[in-house]
Design a protein around this ligand. Structure first.
Ligand code: 4AD
Ligand code: MG
Length: 518
């Protein structure tokens, strides 16, 4: 039978090319000749052999090009490939425990796709400002790759948890006509001449969906005009919020506990190598067990006033000051060695990189040391009735090695929709879940006020006009039931699981006050 031209073409292509596989699947192709489609991450060129480290988004693989065994053009191409040039590499797959990723490619062919001009991010250290300015390229590096993959798994675990447990996804609007949380953090936009806001939460809409479908969740970007430049705040972040009808505070907390535990287990099961690469102590995640700790707000305030908090901060101060002294000696010593005549280039670069890292650490520590006395004062002088501040949360969460629920806050410092505690009308039936080891709040949640009169009273207390909320109040007029839910911030959760000091690394393009490029 005569073959069509397309069949002939396909057969020719198969003869010409080996199968293209991803680096993550090399284990299935040991002993076969395959092609990798990727970018040159790094190379080491000798006179007889060139080592090309290629990345393809799924991993890194070393290709070995031996001059004697390949066509002269192949070796010449290998020598001339620049960092981050795109390239197809064909070769025989060998298992090699010592190789990065565990496999090596004995290269037989190279097909340069695009030759990169001088790449700004070298394998040496760069300062954070420089890296964030080059975020569009920096995403290719190993550290952001590890973090983005963990973020991906966290989000997958989030969706699975709710989908597998009978929750219905209901997407809530991003254009919102009224505040869902505090009015101080609203971003306003011009909506055809009408004032409108970017959603701070999907919760109020989600409550209506819970009255329709029982168990629901929403997951999307949320916006807060946070004027604070802290390591925990973004102006745009992703929040997942479940809402459950016929549920009280304990029911909601049980879901939150199960949920966070499940996410942490998933990350631990799939990302040990990434966590270790990031320098995260895996034991931190292995310690996460149910039940989490439970404190009332009043107990948390007692801790802030007590000797434990003071001792913790005093110890911190001493340790940080000691490290500052160390750095103050080591930085100039390294600079001197770097500038000494006759120092080898690789050593110069290594020292320059260490100086950058140590300078950043020093600046960070000096900032922290400056703040510790304030944090001590804030804790010791904490007045019952105020919301816990970032430093207060840090203290509570540093004193615990598993997540800790803080419940029953004074109603004056929390949102209007929270259910009044029937045993003590000064309090609401809410919780914040603090991640351990100083990470602070990752979840805020509560049972909702389901009594129309109490809710109206509370809104009046807050000076909230009822008109924009009439639809929300309807939920208390037509079959009101006890219900509640919570919101988990994806970025804070990823920062905690990865052990990152700053939230900005947990999202591809962080939005902070004064930072929107690229
Ligand atoms: O505590 P929040 O403000 O709670 C709510 O928005 C409720 N409506 C949720 C609910 O009950 N359905 O925010 C929830 C979580 C916080 O615990 C934190 O993890 C994250 O959202 N979050 C932020 N993350 C990054 N940057 C910010 N500026 C954040 N503000 C809140
Ligand atoms: Mg909160």
């Amino acid at each position: 039978m005569k073959r069509s031209w397309i069949e002939c073409y396909q057969i020719d292509m198969v003869d010409m090319m080996s199968t293209t596989v991803t680096i993550s699947k090399l284990n299935e192709h040991v002993g076969e000749t395959v092609t990798l489609a990727g970018w040159l991450y790094n190379s080491r060129i000798g006179s007889k052999v060139a080592f090309l480290i290629v990345r393809d988004g799924t991993g890194l693989c070393q290709g070995v090009v031996t001059k004697e065994e390949v066509e002269p053009e192949v070796f010449a191409d290998a020598v001339h490939l620049t960092q981050e040039s795109s390239v197809r590499v064909t070769g025989l797959v060998h298992a090699d425990e010592r190789a990065v990723g565990g496999y090596e490619l004995h290269v037989t062919g190279l097909e340069p796709v695009h030759s990169a001009v001088e790449y700004p991010i070298t394998l040496k250290a760069h300062g954070h400002d420089f890296l964030f300015k080059h975020r569009h390229l920096w995403l290719r590096s190993r550290r952001p790759t590890a973090i983005m993959k963990i973020r991906h798994t966290v989000i997958d675990a989030v969706r699975r948890f709710f989908n597998d447990n009978g929750f219905v996804l209901v997407d809530t609007p991003i254009f919102a006509p009224s505040a869902g949380e505090g009015a101080q953090t609203l971003f306003s936009v011009d909506y055809f001449g009408e004032p409108m806001y970017l959603a701070q939460t999907g919760q109020l809409y989600l409550e209506s969906a819970a009255m329709a479908y029982g168990k629901v969740y929403c997951f999307g970007p949320t916006f807060r005009a946070e004027k604070s430049k802290t390591r925990r705040h973004l102006t745009e972040f992703w929040m997942v919020e479940p809402e459950i009808a016929y549920a009280d505070l304990d029911d909601v907390m049980a879901v939150a506990e199960d949920f966070v535990y499940t996410i942490a287990q998933r990350v631990l099961a799939e990302h040990r190598a990434d966590l270790e690469f990031l320098g995260q102590d895996v034991a931190v995640l292995e310690r996460i067990r149910k039940p989490f700790y439970r404190l009332t707000y009043s107990q948390a305030v007692d801790i802030l006033h007590g000797p434990q908090a003071r001792e913790l901060l005093e110890k911190d101060l001493a340790e940080k000051n000691a490290r500052i002294e160390e750095l103050k000696q080591s930085i100039p010593a390294k600079e001197q060695e770097r500038d000494r005549p006759g120092v080898k280039k690789y050593r110069q670069e290594q020292l320059a990189a260490e100086v950058i890292t140590e300078r950043e650490e020093l600046a960070d520590l000096q900032e922290q040391v400056k703040n510790i006395p304030t944090h001590m004062e804030l804790a010791a002088g904490f007045e019952w009735g105020k919301d816990l501040g970032g430093s207060d949360e840090t203290i509570i969460s540093r004193l615990h090695d598993r997540p800790v629920f803080v419940t029953h806050y004074p109603r004056g410092c929390k949102a209007f929709y929270m259910k009044q505690d029937p045993h003590d009308s000064r309090l609401v039936k809410n919780f914040d879940l603090l991640a351990p080891d100083g990470y602070g709040e990752i979840i805020g949640g509560s049972q909702r006020e389901d009594d129309l009169d109490v809710l109206l009273e509370r809104m009046a207390e807050e000076g909230l006009a009822t008109e924009p909320y009439e639809w929300y109040l309807d939920l208390r007029r037509y079959g009101s039931v006890p219900h509640g839910g919570f919101g988990l911030g994806i970025e804070r959760t990823v920062a905690w699981l990865c052990g990152l000091r700053h939230i900005r690394e947990t999202i591809a393009y962080p939005r902070l006050m004064g930072k929107v490029y690229p």
